[in-house]
Design a protein around this ligand. Structure first.
Ligand code: HEC
Length: 122
């Protein structure tokens, strides 16, 4: 084959492969939709992922777990400093009155008991 003909065949082959690749990408990326790439920081402070901290055993732990994880992770509670029971009573009350947690009064007391036991001030 003459060198010129070889060059023409080579260019045609490259163009065909490029064309196929473009057609493939057009099918993979829906037309008209921007391609969004999400980047998640590993230590994003707003991370509410299920990598739960250790929730210690204590009285009424199950009431705490079942009522205090519907809106946020246990992390929000477990990362608080130790508080006296009066402060935990206020926190639990706030979840009900301000944020609309549906917790019966006797259960609220049990949760405060748990929090005072695991994160209380002696
Ligand atoms: C109805 C949703 C909801 C439920 C159920 C809920 N919380 Fe919260 N909680 C919130 C919201 C909203 C915040 C504020 C989040 C923020 O500030 O980023 C919050 C914040 C907190 C904080 C951070 C400190 C503060 O006072 O704001 C703690 C501690 C906490 N919740 C504990 C609890 C406990 C304990 C329970 C179970 C009795 C509970 N939450 C149930 C919605 C809820």
């Amino acid at each position: 084959m003459k060198p010129v003909l070889t060059a023409v065949v080579a260019i045609a082959a490259v163009a065909a492969v490029a064309y196929a690749a473009i057609m493939l990408m057009e099918n993979l990326i829906p037309a008209g939709k921007p391609l969004v790439v999400q980047v998640k920081l590993l230590n994003d402070p707003s991370d509410m992922s299920p990598r739960e901290p250790n929730v210690p055993t204590g009285p009424h732990k199950s009431e705490f777990v079942s009522n205090c994880t519907t809106c946020h992770s246990t992390r929000l509670t477990m990362t608080q400093p130790n508080f006296p029971a009066t402060k935990w009573t206020e926190v639990v009350k706030k979840m009900v009155t301000v944020y609309g947690a549906k917790i019966d009064a006797p259960v609220e007391k049990q949760i405060v008991e748990y929090l005072a036991a695991i994160k209380g001030v002696k």
